[in-house]
Design a protein around this ligand. Sequence first.
Ligand SMILES: [Zn+2]
Length: 124
Amino acid sequence: MTTYYERNKDRIKAYQKKYCSEHAEEARARAKAWYAKNKTHPLFRLHAELRKHGLTLDDYNAMLQAQEGRCKVCGGTNPAGRPMTAYPRGLVCTGCAIALGRLAKLGPDAVSNAIDVLWGDDDA
Ligand SMILES: [Zn+2]
């Protein structure tokens, strides 16, 4: 038995193609609105981070399990429902991600200076 779709495949495809070309602007506007509404959603951000680092959701889950759900820097956790921030070598909580993001942008010298400022020898 053939389905309705199989019997009318060419006609349906032609209709879809015509509809999409006639409503391209609407579709673009809908996609743009969806992005504006969802770009700050924690899971949307997580997937964007994973893509940026070439990681998959399986990688994320494996790291999360290996770290027992805890931040690799401070050992803390994020509030329920908020995913950890993914780096290729580990997952960190939101607080540590903010600190790491700033230091990563400034580079290794800034990290060294930060260590001096926080725990440096005052007699040196
Ligand atoms: Zn942390």
